[in-house]
Design a protein around this ligand. Structure first.
Ligand code: FAD
Length: 427
């Protein structure tokens, strides 16, 4: 039971906390913090357990698990939601979509709202509506001294600033309050799978299409292994391909008109253009990264998608190491870029695209090879990056606080020191 309880999504993380507390509500979290303060035990917090670096669990620490605190209350008139900090995106999408509303967030239904929000929150709705933190109205937080405070625009506004992307080092958030947008329940989407021979052309098309399209369009470009299932052609099973997965955040008819050129590009292995329930689209990546697989990530923000970047990536990406690997390009820009870089702890408001190299495999014997491949590809592509990175994609062997926060780092550290003076949560 203890061995199951200490597991997180990344099967490479093998840490042994001193205690694991499954909290049912704020009072339990206060009791944990009081215990930690009295005994001098460091605290880690687990939302969805999806941090690739395994930041939710540490040797000899008290693990505060929030997975039982997952209720979501939607106010359809006010278009807001109060979300328990242990909720995952699947729960949030399910509850908000019942009212034709959505919270901009991640693209995997199992990821925790807690960690994702505290780092920023990038997904299909980022370009149309903004980051998750741009929709965060307030939060209930248990501080290191056991006090419960509300962080909002008019009280503890410095704490709210830090929670908007700062990584959750100031206390335990027990509930988040968000502003919602109207969406769905059906959205138009397209998925186009191109063989490697068309990947360079496909990425150039992707770049030009994104530059010309409305902000309602969001598209991820991913190198993946072709899934061994019909309707993919059998001879392509397991081969590396470029998948372009796009959705439109407006009406289904507008979406069809705007996404049609995408679906008709090249000679794909498979191309789909059809309406889909937004919540279904949101869980369509889940199976590609199963719980307990072995994972190692590298990431960086890009200086646009230059021809040199495309050429180098296409040249080096194939073959991917392991069945659960992908290399993805995710779009920002649009509504994300209309927020001042100093308005939240997340400073990357001027980048258009992020790159993630997320390697995943099954066999521990492959660890060395897969990690070396990931590092080498990242090093080859560094010349095309901005030098900055999204904190939620930083793995366990890197300290990239300066790259993740830039000019906002000093303010973030000062707020951390104010709310958590003895470093109970800072790791
Ligand atoms: C398969 C997969 C898909 C992903 N997709 C996306 C995506 O589409 N967009 C995106 O932006 N990111 C994505 N991510 C990255 C994700 O945002 C981070 O991994 C994030 O940390 C996950 O949050 P969590 O609550 O599940 O993680 P956890 O591992 O539980 O926590 C991560 C960190 O946040 C802290 N934390 C969590 N909850 C709280 C809380 N309530 N109070 C204080 N601290 C807290 C933890 O202590 C830890 O340091 C994805 C990750 C995975 C593995």
């Amino acid at each position: 039971m203890y061995d199951d309880a200490r597991k997180v999504w990344n099967g490479m993380i093998d840490r042994r906390p001193a205690l694991i507390a499954y909290c049912e509500g704020t009072a339990d979290v206060i009791a944990c913090v009081d215990y930690a303060q009295t005994t001098g035990t460091p605290v880690t917090v687990r939302g969805g357990g999806h941090s690739v670096a395994g930041r939710a669990v540490a040797d000899d620490a008290l693990l505060v698990d929030l997975s039982h605190m997952r209720s979501v209350q939607v106010d359809p008139q006010g278009k807001t939601a109060r979300v328990g900090a242990g909720a995952t995106w699947g729960v949030v999408d399910h509850e908000t979509q019942a009212f034709g509303l959505a919270l901009t967030g991640g693209v995997d239904s199992r990821t925790g709202v807690g960690g994702l929000t505290l780092g920023g929150g990038v997904g299909f709705l980022a370009r149309p509506f903004g980051l998750t933190i741009d929709h965060l109205l307030g939060a209930e937080v248990v501080l290191a001294d056991g006090r419960v405070v509300n962080a909002a625009e008019d009280e503890h506004s410095d704490l709210l600033w830090a929670l908007r992307g700062g990584g959750g080092n100031c206390g335990v958030v027990t509930a988040f309050e968000y502003r919602l947008d109207e969406l769905g329940p059906e959205v138009m989407h397209t998925q186009v799978f191109l063989p490697m021979g068309q990947a360079a052309e496909g990425l150039s098309f992707y770049r030009d299409f994104m530059a010309a399209s409305s902000e309602s369009v969001s598209c991820f470009a991913l190198f993946i292994n072709v899934p061994p299932v019909e309707p993919f052609p059998e001879e392509s099973f397991g081969e590396t391909c470029l998948a372009l997965v796009a959705m439109h955040a407006g009406s289904v008819d507008e979406g069809e008109a705007e996404l049609k050129p995408f679906a008709e590009f090249g000679s794909p292995l498979l191309s789909v253009l059809e309406p889909i329930p937004y919540a279904t689209l949101q869980s369509s990546f889940d199976t590609g990264a199963p719980d307990g697989g072995r994972y190692y990530w590298k990431a960086q923000y890009l200086n646009g998608l230059t021809d040199g970047f495309i050429e180098t990536l296409v040249d080096r990406v194939d073959p991917l190491p392991g069945a659960f690997s992908n290399v993805f390009i995710e779009p920002l820009g649009g509504a994300v870029s209309r927020v001042d870089p100093t308005a939240t702890a997340f400073p990357h408001r001027d980048v258009e695209f992020g790159l993630g190299i997320s390697s995943g495999w099954e066999d521990a014997a492959e660890d060395g090879k897969a990690i070396a491949w990931t590092r080498a590809l990242h090093d080859d592509l560094l010349q095309f990056g901005t030098g900055s990175v999204y904190i939620n994609y930083v793995d366990r062997d890197e300290d990239r606080a300066t790259d993740a926060y830039g000019a906002n780092l000093r303010r973030l550290e000062a707020i951390g020191a104010k709310y958590d003076p003895h470093g109970m949560f800072r790791r």
